[in-house]
Design a protein around this ligand. Structure first.
Ligand code: ARG
Length: 412
């Protein structure tokens, strides 16, 4: 790498990436530009992080407030898909990586850099998400992982930071590896690596203990084409909807997830998540789909959502197949408009009411009371026809003496 080359580094403000600034410069002779993206992770102010990057030796520090962008273009698509990896994980970290990649590429163009670096290890999914993303958006840009490729271990980082007097805490040791944004929080490592160990109270931050909940909280969420647009009649942006539901569902301990997950590299790992807003919104959205979506479209969508979630988990956000599935998912949302009433209490978000102008529910067809308009005589022929293949197969079983699974009539 020539001396005038620049490296753009995804910078969290933490120990590892703070050390990476100087370490990359030393090892490659390049100037380092940091990029920090706010996806609603809370914590330190972006300006504090920017100054730390400069103090650690960055020549430029790019910051982006991407909270609304993240909510609108990433979280909302997951909500419309009801996207859960392994039927459980609302893709919190997986969703944020492609957004960070977009800003990394923007910065690489702006500061004329030919390399992008990230602080991921060589064991996880995030390295794949970053590097696949970069390859998709900027095939001419190379990727560098100082932790994986330049032997930047935790111990090395502590010694380096002390030796160079970097303005970063090296003594405080967090037992967990945590990634968080407005869609949720992921907690791993430490004593959680023993699968039998139950999570302790200090693991959680977005949710209160559901064992001792406050009084039940009733909420009405209004959707337009699968996007929440109002809560209890007050208009909200997607970001506001998530923040508000994080607060209310979080207070009831909703959205705690404790699973063993299949990582891309083949490792099974223990993951704790908390995603109160995401899980409550998905619950509401699913029910509104049950009311408004055509049966066959809904069945097919479930399969699409499963594949979509796998693609997102596996760092294929910008892939052609993922984009085609996006189009399918968005198309299914045309009539997913209406209100869902839920009671949030003791770790659960339970739907208690639905209302929609675009509903496919027909009271007169469904009712067993006065006003029933369903002609029950149609059902007889319908059953004849749908049962015909089984009837033929059963008759053949009897003919070939294979009917023993059927109960014999005892007429004596
Ligand atoms: N296992 C989750 C995923 O792959 C979470 C990863 C979170 N990253 C972290 N550094 N804790 O999406």
């Amino acid at each position: 790498m020539s001396a005038n080359n620049r490296v753009v580094l995804a910078y969290s403000g933490g120990l590892d990436t703070s050390v990476a600034i100087g370490w990359i410069a030393e090892q490659t002779g390049a100037e380092v530009v940091t990029v920090s993206v706010d996806c609603g992770q809370g914590g330190e102010d972006l300006e504090v992080i920017r100054q730390r990057a400069i103090d650690c030796g960055a020549v430029e520090a790019y910051i982006a407030d991407a909270k609304d962008e993240f909510a609108e273009e990433y979280c909302m698509l997951d909500l419309q898909a009801n996207g859960l990896y392994m039927d459980a994980y609302p893709l919190v970290s997986a969703l944020s990586r492609p957004l960070i990649v977009k800003h990394l590429v923007t910065a690489a163009r702006q500061f004329d850099a030919s390399v992008v670096a990230h602080g991921c290890t060589g064991k996880g999914n995030d390295q794949v998400r970053f590097e696949n993303g970069i390859t998709s958006l900027a095939p001419d840009v190379a990727c560098l992982s100082p932790v994986r490729d330049l032997a930047l271990t935790r111990e090395f980082a502590i010694n380096y930071a002390n030796k160079h007097n970097l303005p970063i805490e090296t003594t405080h040791h967090n037992p967990f590896s945590i990634d968080q944004n407005v869609w949720g929080r992921a907690i791993e490592t430490g004593f959680l690596e023993d699968l039998w160990n139950a999570p302790t109270k200090d693991v959680y931050n977005y949710t209160d203990d559901p064992t001792y909940p406050p009084l039940p909280d009733e909420v009405v969420i209004s959707f337009e084409k699968g996007i929440p647009v109002a809560i209890d009649g007050v208009k909200v942006t997607p970001l506001e909807a998530i923040v508000e539901m994080n607060r209310r569902a979080g207070a009831q301990g909703i959205g705690r997830i404790d699973i063993v997950e299949d990582r891309m590299v083949g490792i099974k790992s223990r993951e704790i998540y908390e995603a109160p807003g995401a899980m409550a919104l998905i619950e509401a959205h699913k029910e509104l789909e049950r009311v408004t979506m055509d049966r066959e479209q809904a069945r097919y969508k479930q399969r699409i959502a499963l594949r979509w979630s796998e693609l997102v988990y596996e760092g294929q956000w910008f892939s052609p197949l993922k984009r085609s599935l996006d189009a399918f998912i968005r198309d299914t949302q045309e009539y997913v408009t209406g209100d869902i009433r839920m009671v949030l209490h003791g770790g659960r978000a339970v739907v208690t009411g639905r209302k929609s102008e675009t509903s496919l529910y027909d009271f007169n067809l469904a009712t067993y009371d006065e006003g029933d308009s369903f002609d029950q005589s149609y059902a007889k022929g319908f059953i004849e026809i749908t049962g015909l293949t089984s009837k033929l197969a059963a008759a053949r079983d009897v003919k070939f003496g294979k009917g023993e699974a059927m109960p014999k009539l005892n007429l004596s």
